[in-house]
Design a protein. Structure first.
Length: 316
């Protein structure tokens, strides 16, 4: 078996893409999207009809047609993805709501209503929320309604603990973006295997969750190279970009389990309680997590604005 097939024996493989051809080629269980991926995919002529249908839908609304169109674009891509993958799709709440609890809840409910109107069970949809304190509070309330959440833009153990205590379904720690920050901060070209700061962060989170029996799943995300992926073999899920899926599929390496729940139980980790004051203080103390969280929100928001501008051009 190639490395991708071997990895699938240890970990649920998720495709990090809005491109349907990629999904058919690599046959992942789930798929994740974000504003950047949807913006890129919406530029491709073969997906033009999904945008046009969303515009027709939104134009029929008397209030905030652009907002309705944007939501429908995200859901239209999600619906097409669910025709291909057997599992779940992740659809992101507008990044500009990252510090708005009620706004995030309202948007999540609306996105789920669009999926359900199309005949999709809410169990097949994960609503992506930024791992701000407000996003975590929103997730806690949504999970009680049976709306499952994928906590994104996660860079630190305090964020992960707060998400688990809120009973979020899944977290997406961003391995590659952690690596990016440390490479720049320490002036190095890279790190060997298990010494990669992003790998170390996810390993710590994995061991913490498994030691203390949290049900929240961990999905490593935002990879920069194959080594990062292979060092996290055994993680609950890994969401992988098409170029790295291709590299795994064409590879010849053998894949061994690196993360193991039995070993995690033996980890010398102390349990931490995470209230709002503790969360905000510890996040502030972590320069990398603070900077990457803020940067991620800004960049996702920029791509939403780009998508809105593209839609407005098409509406003229």
């Amino acid at each position: 078996m190639n490395p991708l097939d071997q990895l699938k024996k240890l970990t649920t493989v998720v495709a990090d893409t809005g491109d349907f051809a990629t999904l058919k080629q690599y046959q992942p269980t789930d798929s994740t999207t974000n504003p950047s991926l949807i913006y890129a995919a919406s530029q491709q002529p073969q997906y033009k009809h999904l945008v046009e249908e969303a515009i027709r839908y939104g134009k029929a609304k008397t209030q905030n047609p652009l907002s309705h169109i944007l939501d429908k674009v995200f859901v239209n891509f999600g619906l097409e993805i669910l025709k291909i993958v057997p599992g779940r799709v992740s659809t992101e709440v507008d990044a500009r709501l990252s510090f708005d609890v009620e706004g995030s809840i309202e948007k999540a409910r609306y996105l789920i209503s669009l999926y359900e109107a199309a005949g999709i069970d809410r169990k097949r949809v994960l609503i992506k929320l930024a791992s701000t304190w407000e996003g975590i509070v929103a997730a806690q309330k949504l999970e009680k309604e049976g709306i499952h959440c994928n906590m994104t833009l996660l860079f630190s153990l305090p964020q992960a603990i707060a998400c688990a205590e809120a009973h979020a379904t899944l977290i997406s720690p961003f391995v590659g973006r952690i690596l990016d920050w440390y490479k720049k901060a320490e002036g190095v070209v890279g790190y060997p295997g298990a010494s990669d700061p992003g790998v170390k962060s996810v390993t710590t989170i994995y061991n913490y969750y498994k030691k203390f029996g949290y049900k929240t799943q961990i999905m490593g995300a935002s990879f920069r190279n194959i080594d990062e992926i292979l060092e996290l073999a055994g993680c609950d899920l890994l969401t992988i970009a098409p170029n790295l899926l291709q590299e795994l599929q064409k590879g010849t390496d053998s894949v061994t389990r690196k993360l193991d729940p039995a070993k995690a139980k033996e980890s010398p980790i102390q349990k931490q309680h995470m209230d709002e004051k503790t969360f905000r203080y510890l996040l502030n103390e972590d320069a990398m997590a603070t900077e990457k969280l803020a940067e991620g929100i800004r960049n996702f928001a920029k791509d939403i604005v780009k998508l809105e501008n593209m839609i407005l051009d098409k509406m003229k």
